[in-house]
Structure formats: structure tokens, C-alpha cells
Design a protein around this ligand. Structure first.
Ligand code: R5P
Length: 311
């Protein structure tokens, strides 16, 4: 009888184990190692003929290695006559280059989507793509979950006195509006300018934020420039407290130091990317529950629509 099997990529090993525990399942025995020259070697220990496979792997740092490992895992399962192969990407790397923002630049989100699809994947599950339209870069089904599924209850329980949701840039307004609607809070917008990559500047703030408790929401915190600059501007001009909820804690380069030095009171992220070391301003919530629910529904051919109720 065919069944479903959960596979843990190296980047999402703990995440996949936590998902398997919630599904009362276990991780499929796959040996992942490197040849002497660094090339990746995969060996699936037991037969998977006809089985539905869920490979869990974030394409976070080291992005190229993790992406390549994912592609090789898919190839190995395909050639082992697995049934349907679903790739679960808690974090989809290379997503920020999603259009030709300047002449002679690549669209890496499309390139990576093509690579994943070409490897033989039947379906993708992911959380908070940088832009929802990236779903259309795949021609296979994409189940796109939202970070707000994890954060909304947490924010409610904080019982903030004068809460307001803030988008840290104009591009994030649709996402921020989802939070504002789900929580019935007002929405403000920080107008951010980015002339060089990884460097941002706050231009102006639209909306009433004086004496308010601000919750900045974003898909990614990378170098933390966006959030810490927004927090400085908001506090300088009269905000009471400023916290941030960001689905994917990329946290590269100066991020942790910026966070320590900043007027941001706290940063809440999920575990889609493993946190390299604890930080006193960072709280990590788990997204494993929404992935476990989704896997269960996909396998049982049920709609995932109810998971979007109240959002
Ligand atoms: C940009 O559009 C994204 O949503 C994030 O705001 C951005 O990637 C964060 O980058 P950083 O933390 O380096 O400012």
C-alpha cells in the first residue's frame, strides 16, 4: 500500500523532524553526504515506489548548496519511482529578484522555480513568498501559506494598548493590510527608498502613529536595515513602542548587531530559517504546525482553504 513519506533536507532538518512529530510520522531514511570534491551524494535507503514524498528544505544560506541538495533529492526520488513529489520550501530563496528592476539583470525567482519544476516536482508548498505572483512562475500547483497564520494569534495575546500595524515599505502594504484586517487594527505605511542593494532610507511615514504601539510586518528581515531604520524614524517622531513580525529571519551581515543597537523593542520571526544564535530581542515562533496541517490535507486530498479563515 502506498503511503506518504517526509524527507528532511539539511537546511530544514529540525523543522522537518518537528513536522513529522506533529503528523505522528517519522523522517524517511535518506543518506546525504559529499564526495571528496564537494559534490552531493544521496542514497534513499528503502524502497519508495509509488509513495507520496514531501521533501522539506528551505533554500536559505548556504543558498546554492541547499538548492542543489534539494534538486538532487528530487531527482533521486523521481528515479526511485516515487508517487507524487511535493517540495515544501518553508523559505524560498532568490525570491527578491522577481522582476527586471534594471536593465541587464536576471529574474532569479523564475530561474529557481524553473529548476525546481524541471527536476520533477509535482507540487510546491511555501510560506510568504516575497511577492504572491511568484506562484505563477511555476506551472504546477503552489500552496502558498501566510506568515500571518502564525503571527496573528501571538499579536492578539500581547493585548497592546494602542496597536497599529505598519508596512515597512510600499511593496508590503497588501501583506500588512491582511494583518490589519485580521486584527482589526489601523494601518500605517513607512515610505522606504533603496538606492543600493541592502541599504535603505526612510522618506516619510503615512498615517497616525504618535503614542501608538507599532507592529511592523514584513516577509524577510535580512540585514535588518529596513526594520531598524523604520523603528528609529517611528520612535523619533513619537511612537510609544515598536516591534516587528517577520516570517523569514535571514539575518545576514550586520543584522544582529543592528538589532542590538536599534530602538526596535523586539523582533518576532518563525523557524522557516534556523536561527544561528539566540538574541535577547528575538522571539521565534514555529511554522511547523501550518506545514503539518497542509501536508495532511494534501495527502488526504482535502481543501486547505479553512486555514485561511479569519485572515
Ligand atoms: C523588501 O522588499 C523585503 O520585503 C524586506 O523589507 C527586505 O528584504 C529586508 O531587507 P533588509 O533587512 O536587508 O533591509
Amino acid at each position: 500500500m502506498s503511503e506518504y513519506k517526509i524527507v528532511a533536507g539539511t537546511a530544514s532538518s529540525k523543522f522537518a523532524h518537528d513536522v513529522a512529530i506533529q503528523l505522528n510520522s517519522k523522517i524517511e531514511d535518506v543518506q546525504i553526504s559529499n564526495f571528496s570534491d564537494g559534490e552531493i551524494d544521496i542514497n534513499i535507503v528503502n524502497s519508495v515506489r509509488g509513495d507520496d514524498i514531501f521533501i522539506i528544505q528551505s533554500t536559505c544560506r548556504p543558498t546554492n548548496d541547499n538548492l542543489m541538495e534539494l534538486l538532487i533529492l528530487v531527482d533521486a526520488f523521481k528515479r526511485s519511482s516515487a508517487g507524487e513529489i511535493t517540495v515544501v520550501l518553508p523559505y524560498f530563496g532568490y525570491a527578491r529578484q522577481d522582476r527586471k528592476a534594471a536593465p541587464r539583470v536576471p529574474i532569479t525567482a523564475k530561474l529557481v522555480a524553473d529548476m525546481i519544476e524541471k527536476a520533477g516536482v509535482d507540487r510546491v508548498v511555501t510560506i510568504d513568498l516575497h511577492a504572491a505572483q511568484i506562484q505563477g512562475f511555476f506551472s504546477i500547483p503552489v500552496d502558498h501559506l501566510l506568515g500571518s497564520m502564525v503571527f496573528v494569534d501571538y499579536i492578539k495575546k500581547l493585548s497592546l494598548k494602542n496597536p497599529v500595524i505598519a508596512s515597512p515599505d510600499v511593496g508590503g502594504v497588501a501583506r500588512a493590510r491582511t494583518y490589519a484586517k485580521a486584527l482589526n487594527y489601523d494601518l500605517i505605511i513607512v515610505d522606504k527608498k533603496r538606492d543600493k542593494k541592502n541599504q535603505s532610507e526612510v522618506m516619510s511615514i503615512i498615517g497616525d502613529f504618535k503614542k501608538k504601539d507599532i507592529i511592523l510586518v514584513d516577509d524577510i528581515v535580512d540585514t535588518a536595515g529596513t526594520l531598524t531604520n523604520a523603528a528609529t524614524a517611528l520612535k523619533q517622531d513619537g511612537a510609544n513602542t515598536v516591534m516587528a513580525c517577520c516570517t523569514h529571519g535571514v539575518l545576514s551581515g550586520p543584522a544582529l548587531q543592528r538589532l542590538s543597537d536599534s530602538s526596535l523593542d523586539s523582533l518576532v520571526i518563525t523557524d522557516t530559517i534556523p536561527l544561528s544564535k539566540p538574541h535577547d530581542k528575538i522571539v521565534v515562533l514555529s511554522a511547523t504546525d501550518i506545514i503539518a496541517q497542509t501536508i495532511d490535507k494534501i495527502y488526504n486530498k482535502e481543501s486547505i482553504n479553512t486555514m485561511f479563515d479569519n485572515l
